[in-house]
Design a protein. Structure first.
Length: 508
């Protein structure tokens, strides 16, 4: 066989081999795409289950601990454990006799000394007969002068998490004095005799205060729209203030249905990008920076007011310790943000900390460079950022005032200044993208923060619902702009085009 013939056969063999290899590769492409699609859908379902699992658990806890009618606690005739009974006739905290519907369904009268009240479910240790015995606190006796008289706690044998969750009764109960409890002792917060039902609170609410809570809220949309307009103008995105207001209202409308109170930001980002053909990444970054500045202003307001409350309250007040924790947490967040920005904008520190190396290794370098370009533009307009944060404080102040008016309408036992601590934290928790409007998450923080002043679960629920419903009412007002402008939730194709910044994509 001659040399040229050998070379020809060898070339044909190698070409055939490549063809076969390519054929096998093409056959594996659908399988790889199928695996990638399955993995993507699996992550979506996992996040869906996780988010709604947390939301449902929180909502279930709230609903299982509230009532539409007023209730009081008594000891069950069966085993002495606390049982909630509805009031059969109106009563208040100063009443000496209460008409109740007991656990058997009969209407009977009980005196104040037959009632027990809520207590924080903490674990305690009691020294008995020379040994320490663990107990769980279930309730406490109402006491007129807690400073001079020991509290009487109703306790049971220690229960595990499952037994507490399902309120499984374990063994007999008994009363013990607070003097018998080993250190550390419970704070002994004073809760009201009557657990006000949601229906009764709404029925007897001050309607003038409720109207004030509703009609003060639109100020927030005017200020946030103008704030975003300034951020867009700084990035040379020519959008009118009216258009910025419309897109802001559209984002607020979709916040009502999408997870968390930030879900509408995705809609804002897509439609902001549609306002420009050359600065789409800048438009998206303006939405992110707008949200971050709003959150920083919220942390600043909550931290300052928490610090004020800490120095105003007596050192022994449990609420003072909680305010200290909120203030320190807010300070750490603000300091962390300042340090992070200082490191980012200092070339030497970026090299020392390895931030430059991380940024170079990130995917989508084209977009990373554009983000850094936006950061540099805002750096050169530092006064704009500063005044934007300061100008955002009235937004959160309006939300606090709205919640305060609602709390006054429902006669919540909270000092007016304490709303400036608790409401920013509740609103901040609602920004976590877990469930629509932060359902279940906001209630958890509200219960933990307001119980320090004797608020019941029903009252904490009324506070969070007033914050949420007022916002939803005005968010739905954005539906007018959705219908008139033909706005819709971005499709997956639109979101992917936005993420990859394909400027030639006609769908954006």
């Amino acid at each position: 066989m001659t040399g040229p013939l050998k070379r020809t056969l060898r070339l044909r063999s190698s070409a055939e081999a490549r063809r076969l290899r390519d054929d096998r590769s093409f056959k594996t492409i659908p399988k790889l795409m199928s695996d990638e699609t399955k993995k993507k859908h699996g992550k979506k379902w996992l996040m869906f289950i996780l988010r709604w699992g947390i939301a449902v658990a929180g909502i279930w806890y709230v609903l299982s601990n509230i009532s539409w009618s007023d209730r009081v606690l008594i000891q069950s005739a069966k085993d002495g454990w606390p049982v909630a009974c509805k009031l059969a006739a109106p009563a208040d905290e100063t009443s000496t006799s209460f008409q109740i519907i007991d656990e058997t369904g009969k209407v009977r009268s009980v005196n104040t000394d037959e009632l027990i009240v809520k207590a924080d479910p903490v674990k305690i240790n009691v020294r008995e007969h020379g040994a320490v015995h663990p107990y769980d606190i279930l309730a406490q006796k109402p006491i007129a002068d807690a400073e001079h008289n020991p509290r009487m706690y109703l306790v049971s044998e220690r229960r595990n998490l499952w037994q507490r969750y399902w309120n499984i009764h374990k063994g007999p109960v008994k009363f013990i004095s607070s003097d018998e409890i080993e250190e550390p002792r419970p704070h002994g917060l004073s809760y009201p005799l009557i657990d006000r039902g949601v229906g009764e609170m709404v029925k007897h609410a001050d309607h003038r205060m409720l109207l004030a809570a509703i009609f003060i809220f639109p100020i927030t949309f005017l200020i946030t729209s103008y704030r975003w307009y300034l951020l867009l103008q700084a990035l040379e995105i020519d959008v009118t203030i009216a258009r910025a207001f419309v897109i802001n209202m559209v984002g607020a409308f979709y916040n009502t249905f999408l997870p968390g109170s930030t879900g509408g930001d995705v809609v804002k980002a897509v439609y902001a990008a549609k306002q420009t053909t050359t600065h789409r990444t800048r438009a998206v970054m303006s939405v992110i920076v707008d949200r971050v500045l709003g959150l920083l202003a919220l942390v600043l307001l909550g931290g300052v007011m928490a610090g004020y409350q800490y120095f105003k309250l007596p050192p022994t007040d449990p609420a003072a310790h909680l305010c200290a924790e909120v203030g320190i947490g807010s300070l750490l967040i603000l300091l962390g943000t300042c340090v992070g920005l200082f490191v980012y904008y200092h070339p030497l520190l970026r090299r020392i900390t390895g931030l430059d190396f991380i940024l170079r290794k990130l995917p989508m370098q084209r977009q990373i460079q554009k983000v850094m370009e936006v950061m540099e533009i805002y750096r050169n307009r530092g006064w704009l950022i500063f005044f934007t944060i300061i100008g955002t404080l009235p937004v959160h102040g309006t939300v606090v005032l709205s919640a305060m008016f609602a709390g006054m309408a429902f006669n919540l036992p909270l000092p007016l200044t304490y709303y400036w601590v608790v409401v920013p934290v509740i609103v901040l928790s609602g920004s976590i993208p877990i469930s629509p409007q932060g359902a279940g998450v906001m209630e958890f923080f509200a219960i933990m923060l307001t119980r320090r002043y004797g608020c019941t679960v029903s009252q904490a629920f009324a506070l969070t619902m007033s914050i949420r419903i007022v916002q939803i009412l005005w968010n739905l007002f954005g539906g007018i702009f959705v219908l008139r402008g033909g706005f819709h939730v971005p499709t997956e194709k639109e979101q992917e085009a936005l993420e990859t910044d394909v400027e030639e994509e006609v769908t954006i």
